[in-house]
Design a protein around this ligand. Structure first.
Ligand code: ZN
Length: 703
């Protein structure tokens, strides 16, 4: 009895050790003194961090993680050293693929909502290291182009969370070889830490005999804030992030020169002055466009040169870290539009800040080239949005709940790419002038209420945008999926055709989407609002019978673009059952020839089938005469005249036309409309048995 009690106690304590909640605390404040010694590649930090218990229970332990290149020296609470266990923690959150973890035993438990302040000390080396990428098979050269962070005498660049864990964090493991695990963990961290404050005092000791000491820049901050041209052997700068938002705190130090233009500053190496000037020219070229949309710049956009030619650019705020390439001026202009927009249009809401910048790139391209070219630029982001939506949908039910609405998300693909589409859609819906006016009155410091922007746009447009913001901004309802359900052309006055097009949205998010009716020699486009899981009808007057109906020109991000075209004339091909290809959606009426008396039938959901027999087909076709009627096809197709088809149908005919009038079938007691019509067709086809060489083509003839 006594033995089993002891066992239970032991097991209990082990279990609590295993259930360590790494994400119980939110880091609300950082105050760090950072010493960088480039010749040793060393970083030493002393400072305080404040942790708030955001879990539902009291916490006795707190976890602090830093890069595996760094080592813990001391951790104090209320001025007294506390016990902590050091352990390596394998996680791809850091470029080295591992963290140095300290599990701190707090002197007293921290209740939910309570905070603990810790004084920490740690130091170590930050060298070029891309272990997390090479161990999943990326070639070294490519890996260090992505993970280019390092401290070195000629070039120092250290980005924060997600790259180099140079300030303490606490996260569950993120693993690059396990799907989205790393991105999920980082998104969760960034969401939690959005309101954290960070103050960093950077001390950079350069070589004593260095005549031209390096310049220190805070990543994401204005270059002017950095100490420049000081000649002391050690100099310092303050980087503060208040709040951190979705930025990645970090620093860069190198012997930079500066190019100063009206809208842009470029930190570059002396030998790259010509390239830097090209950036300046591109900024000059795009500035009028940005000003027209977003007003006068509040600061200059910042470009900071990365020395390695292949290094991946990295953006933070209005700062872009990038190699200075010999890019085509058009490419440079598109890139600079983004940074200039950031400099002109601040917002603490990532979906607004990043969304407008990416939108503006597409709009700039549209203005210089065509609408299609602008949409092509957005389309580069579409598959990434789809991937992200899929990952969100596949999240296990027991995963920590995340709010992936645009207004709350930390997922890059949402607050950048999806948001850009949202801006494009709003521009299309409300008109360019309306959106510009709303942007002109937008005040970032007044954007406290989530509906602030909605109200600005409503005031300018006099339209109710609640549904749109509900579907795209306040909730993640996924993407729409449009299909052209039907298109009925009807002869109207003066030889025109009134085409009634029904668009169905199979997705949960609604949108106003363009519908294009194409005919021989031209096309007409109208817009229709189709809410989630609903239908919308648009009527277009065309001078000729339409040949094609297309929903969505690419301006609405959609989950499935394969079902957006309805070919009115040529007809979708149907393979006979048993040949491996199912019956596709019946195609509706429409033909170039003038409609005869039968066009009315066509309007009444008549579907025509062209059934082609090869020689030697035997077997019968039997279906209820009350449900179907067959009519002879007009020349040049050889026709049969028997109505309906039966076992007696002459098999010698190589082809004949058949009309299945689903409307009539319904009237006669069948329920054969819409999808039912399709299943009737399937039954009909099965009745040709055996029919190994039968090919059935759904036509779309207006008889
Ligand atoms: Zn940006």
């Amino acid at each position: 009895m006594k033995g089993s009690l002891i066992l239970a106690v032991v097991l209990g304590s082990v279990a609590s050790g295993f259930s360590l909640d790494r994400e119980a605390f939110t880091f609300t404040n950082y105050d760090l003194d950072v010493q960088v010694e480039p010749e040793q590649r060393r970083l030493a930090v002393r400072g305080t961090v404040t942790l708030r218990n955001d879990s539902s229970g009291p916490q006795k332990n707190a976890v602090l993680q830093i890069s595996s290149g760094l080592a813990w020296h001391s951790i104090q609470v209320e001025g007294k050293p506390v016990q902590f266990v050091r352990q390596p923690y394998v996680s791809d959150v850091d470029h080295t693929g591992e963290l140095s973890e300290a599990i701190v035993t707090l002197p007293k438990g921290v209740p939910p909502g309570g905070s603990a302040e810790m004084t920490v000390g740690y130091e170590g080396v930050i060298a070029l290291d891309a272990t997390r990428l090479t161990r999943i098979g990326l070639p070294k050269a490519a890996a260090i182009n992505t993970d280019w962070d390092q401290i070195d005498t000629s070039f120092t660049a250290v980005r924060g969370v997600g790259y180099v864990t140079w300030y303490p964090v606490a996260m569950e493991v993120g693993n690059l070889s396990e799907g989205n695990s790393l991105f999920e963990v980082l998104d969760r961290w960034k969401t939690k830490e959005k309101n954290a404050r960070m103050r960093v005092r950077l001390e950079y000791s350069s070589l004593p005999d260095d005549a031209n000491p390096p310049v220190i820049l805070c990543i994401g901050k204005i270059i002017r804030g950095a100490a420049r041209g000081e000649s002391s052997s050690s100099h310092s700068t303050d980087c503060s992030y208040d709040p951190v938002g979705l930025s990645v705190p970090g620093f860069v130090a190198a012997e930079y020169e500066f190019l100063d233009r009206p809208n842009l500053e470029v930190a570059h190496r002396a030998e790259e002055k010509t390239k830097a000037e090209r950036f300046g020219e591109a900024a000059d070229a795009t500035a009028p466009f940005v000003k027209e949309w977003f007003g006068v710049a509040r600061q200059k956009a910042q470009i900071v040169e990365l020395f390695e030619e292949g290094a991946s650019p990295f953006e933070s705020g209005a700062m872009l870290l990038t190699p200075l390439s010999d890019a085509d001026p058009n490419v440079l202009e598109i890139a600079l539009v983004h940074e200039l927009v950031h400099a002109a249009f601040p917002s603490s809401r990532p979906w607004i800040f990043e969304g407008v910048a990416l939108f503006a790139q597409a709009a700039y391209r549209e203005q210089k080239e065509t609408r299609a070219a602008g949409l092509d630029l957005l389309a580069l982001h579409r598959s990434a949005i789809l991937e992200a939506e899929r990952a969100v949908a596949m999240r296990p039910k027991d995963a920590p709940a995340a709010d992936d609405s645009l207004i709350a998300t930390a997922i890059d693909e949402f607050y950048r790419s999806k948001a850009a589409y949202v801006w494009w859609m709003m521009r299309d819906m409300l008109g360019e002038e309306t959106v510009k006016k709303a942007l002109a009155v937008y005040q970032p410091d007044q954007d406290k209420d989530p509906a602030y922007l909605q109200h600005l746009l409503e005031a300018q447009s006099k339209r109710d945008l609640q549904w749109f913001f509900d579907d795209w901004v306040y909730h993640d309802r996924g993407l729409p999926d449009f299909r052209v359900e039907s298109a009925y052309p009807r002869l109207a006055s003066q030889g025109n055709y009134l085409v009634t097009v029904t668009i169905e949205n199979l997705g949960n998010a609604g949108a106003e989407v363009p519908v294009t009716v194409r005919f021989d020699g031209g096309e007409l486009t109208q817009r229709v609002e189709v809410h989630g899981k609903a239908k919308g009808v648009v009527r277009v007057t065309a001078p000729k019978l339409p040949t094609e109906i297309i929903v969505n020109d690419g301006s609405v991000p959609e989950s499935d673009l394969a079902n957006n075209i309805l070919k009115v004339q040529s007809g979708a091909r149907l393979a006979a059952p048993g040949r491996g290809e199912g019956i596709r959606e019946p195609v509706k009426c429409g033909r170039k020839s003038p409609p005869s008396a039968y066009s009315r039938q066509c309007f009444l959901r008549t579907l025509s089938l062209r059934v082609r027999f090869s020689d030697g087909v035997s077997g019968g076709a039997i279906w209820p005469t009350s449900s179907f009627s067959a009519r002879p096809a007009r020349s040049p197709v050889p026709s049969i005249s028997s109505t309906p088809l039966s076992t007696e149908t002459p098999r010698k005919a190589s082809r004949f036309w058949l009309i299945v009038d689903c409307f009539r079938a319904r009237k006669n007691g069948g329920n054969a409309t819409g999808r039912n019509c399709r299943s009737l067709l399937e039954r009909l086809m099965r009745s040709f048995s055996p029919m190994p060489t039968l090919t059935i083509v759904v036509g779309s003839r207006a008889w």
